[in-house]
Design a protein around this ligand. Structure first.
Ligand SMILES: NC(=O)c1ccc[n+]([C@@H]2O[C@H](COP(=O)([O-])OP(=O)(O)OC[C@H]3O[C@@H](n4cnc5c(N)ncnc54)[C@H](O)[C@@H]3O)[C@@H](O)[C@H]2O)c1
Length: 238
């Protein structure tokens, strides 16, 4: 059975990716730093080919141990990240920046590098954000997701010779815990800007990931697939 690893897989978009890949016939390792969330999700995965694992993606020793325990991977989805707190630029500290880069970028780098060392061929899908294009607030998050796009393109060029595709999926606003932290005013403001009238369901992002993970999607590499209901293609002209 083909094996996929999904980081941050215990909840939100990650959990939707885990369920979608399992339903498509993958054996899935759902790794997440939150042990309680893994235990809770595992109760729902009882009859599915899904194994929950507690993992901090920034801990290379733990990443190696997990990969050695579960055999070669065919697909890796770098989904784990910290939330996009929308702080104004003037209020950001070096610690905000360091944390976003350590978890969102370095964590994805470590997992992708250790996986690529062990993969014969397959697909790596990095979850970026439409925010990588920029916006008001959360410059540290924007920078981290732009870096995710950067490593996606760099990895794609190097790994294409080995039959490994590397792409990014950049979601717009998705209904998960990540946006629960927004104030009602911020949420209303963001909702107003959504062409679909509100946040996307996590399953929509999972569908895009499943395509890129599938044999049909493997000829696509080095791309950023924006899944945002069209929010980024232009503003209203009238
Ligand atoms: N929700 C949105 O509107 C939105 C929009 C654009 C992009 N994204 C991206 O989608 C991805 C999933 O976000 P979500 O909305 O489901 O968020 P979420 O907070 O619901 O899920 C993120 C998961 O990652 C895990 N995690 C955090 N740090 C980790 C670490 N060091 N090691 C392992 N796991 C770790 C968390 O425990 C959590 O389960 C993220 O990359 C996020 O940046 C989300």
């Amino acid at each position: 059975m083909r094996t996929a690893l999904v980081t941050g897989g215990a909840r939100g978009i990650g959990a939707a990716i885990v369920s979608t890949l399992a339903a498509a016939g993958w054996r899935v390792i759902a790794a997440d730093i939150d042990a309680d969330a893994v235990a809770q999700a595992a109760r729902e995965w009882i009859d599915a080919p899904i194994t929950g694992a507690v993992l901090d993606v920034t801990d290379r020793t733990a990443v190696v141990a997990l990969m050695d325990a579960h055999g070669p991977l065919d697909v890796v989805v770098n989904n784990a990240a910290i939330p996009a707190d929308m702080l104004p630029f003037a209020e950001l500290t070096p610690e905000h920046f360091a944390r976003a880069l350590r978890i969102n970028v370095q964590g994805s780098f470590i997992v992708a590098q250790e996986a690529a060392r062990r993969m014969d061929s397959g697909a790596i899908v990095n979850i970026a954000s439409r925010g990588y294009l920029g916006g008001i607030g959360g410059a540290h998050y924007v920078a981290s997701k732009a870096a995710v796009v950067g490593i996606t393109r760099a990895m794609a060029v190097e790994l294409r010779w080995r039959g490994i595709s590397v792409n990014a999926v950049a979601p717009g606003m998705v209904e998960t815990r990540m946006i629960e932290g927004f104030s009602p005013a911020m949420r209303n403001k963001l909702t107003e800007m959504e062409p679909g009238g509100g946040p996307l369901d996590p399953s929509v992002i999972a569908g895009a990931v499943a395509y890129l993970a599938s044999p049909a999607g493997r000829s696509v590499t080095g791309q950023v697939l924006l899944v945002d209901g069209g929010k980024t293609i232009g503003t209203r002209l009238y």
